[in-house]
Design a protein around this ligand. Structure first.
Ligand SMILES: [Zn+2]
Ligand SMILES: [Zn+2]
Length: 304
């Protein structure tokens, strides 16, 4: 299969999963917010607000995916992967903001106007429908992610799973409220747990996104490269190896020392072969630049 067909297929699967996520999240967020409103149930309201944040991140993914999957151009010669990271950070900040708003609401509710929820049956039905849809979406995302080997879709699948867990808290809240109606703060406690989950996810998104945007090194991949270099007989030594993460992939550059008496052609061949081996065996590597130096002891510079 040529590169163009692969890319087309990649985009087709990504788009279909993101569109399914968007429609399901939209449907679920409306259902949950409406149920939360008429039943005064804070857990499902918190879960519904989580779904709204999902709708927004789906929108960004659907719109932005076009941008970051575009091939490198004159303006962005390393590709557009960082735009994906930037979008992730923005969604993280947004979710975090929503989380703080819900926490304030929960505290306000505990202190000033303790409302107890009713229509527990309806809350339970809506939660179970949500869990069923999200589980189907999880399986579908995972299937497509494996099919085209996509990190974005795998993240989407994992997110669907965490949504299932979030909604399970609503189910637990309903069960506890049903069997222990005397305990006043069940709803607040469980909605607090849902918000905690939401904030935890967003902190992770922001943290990893910022590391990526600030060109964090990928030491794990560097060590793998060094191991391959040790086993490669034509390479006398490696130094000045540098790496930076670029939206799930890594760019590297390195100096290699080769026999000083070989021709430029031979030296280039060593570097090309080594580069091919690395690209084939270490999937994390997006690209690697190799600088060839003659192995003359006094001329070595140990920058690293
Ligand atoms: Zn979610
Ligand atoms: Zn050097």
């Amino acid at each position: 299969m040529d590169l163009c067909t692969t890319l087309n297929q990649h985009n087709k699967y990504t788009k279909s999963v993101l569109l399914a996520s968007f429609l399901i999240d939209l449907f679920l967020s409306i259902g949950k917010l409406f149920t939360g409103y008429i039943s005064s149930n804070q857990s499902i309201l918190a879960d519904g607000i989580h779904s709204i944040s999902d709708v927004l991140s789906d929108c960004i993914m659907l719109y932005m995916a076009k941008i970051w999957t575009a091939p490198p151009d004159d303006n962005h010669q390393y590709g557009h992967g960082k735009i994906e990271t930037l979008a992730t950070v923005l969604v993280g900040v947004f979710i975090c903001f929503i989380g703080i708003v819900i926490i304030i609401d929960i505290i306000y509710d505990i202190i000033f106007q303790h409302t107890s929820s009713d229509k527990l049956g309806l809350v339970l039905y809506v939660s179970l429908i949500s869990i069923a849809f999200k589980e189907i979406l999880y399986q579908y995302s995972k299937y497509c992610a494996k099919k085209i080997n996509s990190d974005v879709l795998l993240a989407n699948a994992k997110h669907s799973r965490s949504d299932v867990i979030s909604t399970l808290f609503v189910v637990c809240a309903v069960i506890v409220q049903y069997y222990f109606p005397g305990f006043k703060y069940t709803d607040q406690i469980f909605s607090g747990m849902i918000v905690y989950m939401l904030c935890h996810i967003s902190f992770k998104m922001i943290y990893h996104g910022i590391l990526d945007l600030t060109d964090v090194a990928d030491i794990h991949t560097e060590n793998q490269v060094l191991q391959y270099a040790v086993g490669y007989h034509d390479i006398k030594e490696v130094h000045m190896i540098r790496s930076r993460k670029f939206s799930n992939r890594t760019f590297l550059d390195m100096h290699i020392l080769v026999d000083p008496d070989i021709s430029v052609l031979e030296g280039n061949k060593i570097a090309e072969n080594f580069r091919e081996i690395l690209l084939q065996n270490i999937t994390e590597i997006q690209d690697i630049v190799i600088y060839i130096e003659p192995d003359i002891a006094p001329k070595r510079h140990y920058a690293r």
